[in-house]
Design a protein around this ligand. Structure first.
Ligand SMILES: Nc1ncnc2c1ncn2[C@@H]1O[C@H](COP(=O)(O)OS(=O)(=O)O)[C@@H](OP(=O)(O)O)[C@H]1O
Length: 205
């Protein structure tokens, strides 16, 4: 990480840090005052998004992906917990790991579902958490109906949207499989809500 001067905040983003066991202690050893931000979304949607991303990457190489159901279910009914993308959604495991090393006051959890449909309040909370004065306003977000997402408006006119690899169309999944997944994640989600002190309201059925 580069050094920051007193009027700078250095930000680094690595999604895999959240789940990698060795990372919390290594970051703490590097700088114990580091502030951590994690963006979470309904783990079922996260899992489908993960699958859509892998399928899109395979399609680019003219390769086909196994079906979602074949990957996440054993014998068509039981959740395959050895599938990495399934385990990533058990946020309580990873959050506990981080908060054994860092105080909870240094870990901010962003509601990723809300970040999509109403980004401003989530971004405001991040400014506050980082101790920054409020510079971002509602006018800095404009809804792009073609993309179906908010984009960032910087100088009043030009919009910066995320590229097409973000916000892909998700595949249709059998509602029964969704139900099995929702039941599987429900207990883990409730534990996560307790640990964070916030109910994200992810569907359980
Ligand atoms: N404004 C805006 N525009 C487009 N997409 C948005 C936006 N805000 C949040 N998102 C959601 O970000 C999801 C992609 O996040 P990733 O997990 O791939 O991000 S990363 O791995 O940390 O880079 C991506 O998930 P998918 O919809 O599954 O692609 C989006 O839902």
């Amino acid at each position: 990480m580069p050094y920051s001067s007193t009027d700078e905040v250095t930000i680094e983003k690595s999604p895999a840090y959240f789940i990698t066991e060795s990372v919390p202690q290594r970051i703490h050893t590097m700088n114990a005052s580091t502030k951590l931000i994690v963006i979470v979304r309904d783990p079922v949607t996260r899992l489908i998004s993960d699958y859509a991303q892998l399928a899109a990457n395979k399609a680019k190489k003219d390769r086909q992906m196994a079906s979602f159901e074949d990957l996440i279910l054993l014998n068509g009914r039981k959740i395959n917990t050895s599938y990495k993308a399934v385990r990533i959604g058990i946020y309580a495991i990873y959050y506990s790991r981080w908060t054994q090393v860092f105080p909870k006051s240094q870990v901010h959890v962003v509601d990723g579902d809300r970040l999509v449909y109403d980004p401003y309040p989530e971004v405001q909370k991040v400014e506050q958490f980082l101790g920054l004065s409020h510079r971002i306003s509602r006018e800095n977000f404009s809804y792009n109906s073609t993309k179906g997402f908010f984009c960032v408006r910087l100088n009043g006119t030009s919009d910066k949207c995320l590229n097409e690899s973000k916000g892909r169309r998700h595949p249709q999944i059998d509602p029964q499989v969704i139900q099995i997944l929702r039941r599987f994640y429900a207990t883990h989600n409730r534990l996560f809500y307790r640990l964070v002190g916030k109910d994200f309201g992810w569907p359980e059925f």
